[in-house]
Design a protein around this ligand. Structure first.
Ligand code: SF4
Length: 214
């Protein structure tokens, strides 16, 4: 509340004003790309699906962000597909949204980068990634997780080793003030598959089984 020449006035933030007007603060989800490198059987964007893939251009996304800023959108998410496949441009777009003063900027990954944890440069690469993200105003980073059982999750995604890579990466992210969240996919395998049969170890059989019993 502020006083002006004997009368009181209240200044509300852009986040509060819509609530007082009976609206929720706007949020915008930009599906930046449908390119993906994972094999999730529940998703039509899995990498084996045959259709023409695309990505919004940087200029298109900047125009969308301009309009969002004008509309006082409070939350903006970049999704995919797998947006981290275009990491440098994604970071530029997060920077642009920060510059346009969008308060809550979010993005996420299927975690494929973390399946590289056996590489000698892995720790260095994660420091590098965390440092780049920490330079932006990114508010939330989610990592999608499909099952409480690591082996099931990795099998569903087609990303062997990704859970170990996440374990190594998390403390590094924390050093940079980034606290990734788990984006939980609710599906029949969330509690684990139990024993994955030898047949289902083959990804195409796993996919067939998942769909035959849908
Ligand atoms: S990572 Fe996401 S976009 Fe890619 S196949 Fe899995 S659910 Fe679909």
């Amino acid at each position: 509340m502020t006083k002006e020449k004997g009368r009181s006035s209240i200044v509300y933030s852009d986040a509060v004003l819509p609530i007082l007007q009976g609206r929720i603060p706007g949020q915008l989800i930009i599906q930046y790309t449908d390119v993906c490198n994972a094999l999730c059987p529940q998703c039509s964007m899995r990498k084996t699906e045959k259709y023409e893939r695309s990505k919004l251009s940087k200029e298109e996304v900047c125009r969308i962000i301009d309009a969002a800023a004008e509309q006082k959108i409070q939350a903006l998410s970049f999704t995919g597909g797998e947006p981290f496949l275009f990491l440098d441009e994604l970071i530029e777009l997060i920077q642009y949204a920060s510059f346009k003063k969008i308060p809550l900027i979010r993005t996420g990954t299927n975690g494929y980068l973390f399946s590289n944890w056996r590489r000698q440069e892995y720790v260095y690469e994660i420091h590098n990634l965390a440092e780049k993200l920490a330079r932006t105003n990114l508010r939330n980073l989610w990592i999608s997780i499909d099952s409480a059982d690591p082996r099931t999750h990795e099998h569903m995604r087609g990303l062997p080793g990704v859970i170990r890579g996440i374990e190594i990466a998390l403390p590094i992210f924390h050093e940079y003030g980034i606290y990734p969240a788990a984006n939980l996919g609710i599906n029949r395998n969330i509690g684990g598959l139990g024993k994955i049969s030898e047949k289902m170890i083959k990804q195409d059989e796993f996919y067939r089984e998942s769909h035959e019993h849908s």
